[in-house]
Design a protein around this ligand. Sequence first.
Ligand code: T3D
Length: 263
Amino acid sequence: AEPLVLVTQSGAVRTLALNRPAALNSFTGEMHRQLLAALEAAAADAAVRAVILTGSGRGFCAGQDLNDPEMAPDADGNVDIGRLIDAYYQPLALRVRSMPIPVVAAVNGVAAGAGANLALGCDMVVAARSASFIQAFSKIGLVPDCGGTWLLPRLVGRATALALAFTGDKLMAEDAQRIGLIWQCVDDAALADTAQALAARLAALPVKALAETRRAIDAAMGMDLPEALAVEGRLQRTLGREHDYREGVAAFQQKRAPQFKDR
Ligand code: T3D
């Protein structure tokens, strides 16, 4: 069978493309399993220093496949959504957010429901001009999941988070960039090259320090200043003993390009 996640590699950048284009790459259990396995493999492979997450066809990801047999109602007509959340969406949101390397979302088309929040949970989001973001949950009586309730107010503040979540209106990539929901909006034809160049640039940086930066910033959101300073101090003390720090300083002093390798 055709893989539901296409895995390709260019230099140190691994690209994972969701691959159910006929259903706008919406999630079935099997696509979840393949994506999680592909993320685990990228995390474990020293030759991979950045990941790009994208979609094949005209969509990025339309969230849960609302026709998935795993969502079939029981005899009382109820769907056990909690099972899907526990088995798939929570592990996915946590896996993306705890990767040891940077994760770039290249949003090639519509990102709806959990698909929007999967993209927004990545470290940097680049979107094609024709792409859009839809918090589709309110239309089917749910709350934003896959980290949406946590991500949205942090990205755009409470007022905009609630407006996006309540209305479920389609937000075009250009507007998403304007309000700070994503990093960059580019012409459709430039998306793949822009994402690849960005990921390659991140891959050449000390990725361990980038992963710790993500962790520290996420943690600091829930801390007061003394606590956040303590975390910074702890991380700086640890990173200061690593190869990449010595290499970065030596390269600066010797006026040469650094060769980072910690992970
Ligand atoms: O179990 C749970 O629900 C747990 C919770 C999970 C979190 C969620 O993700 S909830 C949100 C689920 N997603 C949605 O509600 C979005 C549903 N999709 C749409 O609203 C629209 O498709 C889009 C706005 C995303 C795109 O619209 P458009 O007009 O560009 O495309 P389309 O024609 O609607 O879709 C193209 C095909 O993809 C179509 O199939 P067809 O008719 O050509 O055979 C459509 O049915 C299919 N498709 C799109 N989204 C889904 C889907 N099939 C299954 N599930 C989908 N989510």
